[in-house]
Design a protein around this ligand. Structure first.
Ligand code: MN
Length: 235
């Protein structure tokens, strides 16, 4: 894809309209550019004891950092401008290499994942998000069970998602590897509002094979204010 075409596709309002609906661009604050990692919004040990400091450090400085670096490499090789919104890139990811897909997804997913957690998080969502959860799943507990199952049952590596579909309904699903619902190649399509990394690198040091225990504890970290923001910009 040529640089000129890519820039023209982004509307002046900063909202990309794709098959997935209107995607807010530049979702992440404090990035130097869309392909850079934002600083982690808390210390490596801030999510203890649910996620241990060593896991957070390796996850952020090695795994997630590599996605950012490799995304920049792929973008350079394939003519994507450095300031391109990642959401836009993912919405047309079928036109690019597997390297772009894996690392573009990996970068976006992790930038979102860090924001989806906070120290002393958890509890229940509120406001319009809670209303929509009740409307679309029956109850918060039903949503939580469905999301937990999506994470537990994802075979191998991948992500569980709460996302807004084309009809503005909340849905739950999972994707393999570093795919996500923004991608035109994904079986589930929409705008992700909450994501959970179920790759072993996210939990293995503390939980070993016990993914279910990791997921159960992870609920105590969810930053519902951030999820609410994403939800409101998606509907
Ligand atoms: Mn990860």
């Amino acid at each position: 894809m040529k640089r000129r075409k890519f820039i023209q596709d982004v509307t002046k309002t900063g909202i990309l309209v794709s098959a997935a609906g209107a995607v807010p661009l530049a979702s992440f604050a404090n990035q130097k550019s869309p392909f850079d990692q934002a600083p982690l919004p808390y210390g490596y040990d801030a999510l203890e004891p649910m996620i241990d400091a060593r896991t957070m450090e390796i996850h952020y400085t090695k795994h997630a950092a590599a996605y950012s670096t490799n995304l920049k490499d792929a973008a350079k090789a394939e003519g994507v401008p450095e300031n391109a919104p990642v959401e836009k890139l993912l919405a047309g990811i079928s036109r690019y290499s597997a390297k772009m897909r894996n690392n573009g997804g990996g970068h976006y997913n992790h930038e979102m994942f860090w924001q989806c957690m906070k120290p002393n998080g958890g509890g229940n969502p509120s406001g319009k998000l809670m209303e929509a959860i009740t409307r679309d799943f029956g109850s918060y507990d039903a949503m939580k069970t469905q999301f937990t199952d999506a994470g537990k049952n994802r075979f191998g590596s991948g992500w569980a998602w709460l996302y807004v579909d084309n009809g503005k309904k909340l849905k739950i699903g999972s994707t393999p590897n570093q795919d996500n619902p923004l991608m035109d190649v994904s079986e589930i399509r929409g705008i992700p509002v909450l994501g959970l990394d179920v790759w072993e690198h996210a939990y293995y040091l503390k939980y070993q094979n016990k993914r279910a225990d990791y997921i159960e504890n992870w609920w105590k970290l969810v930053n519902w204010d951030y999820v609410q923001q994403r939800f409101q910009s998606a509907v």
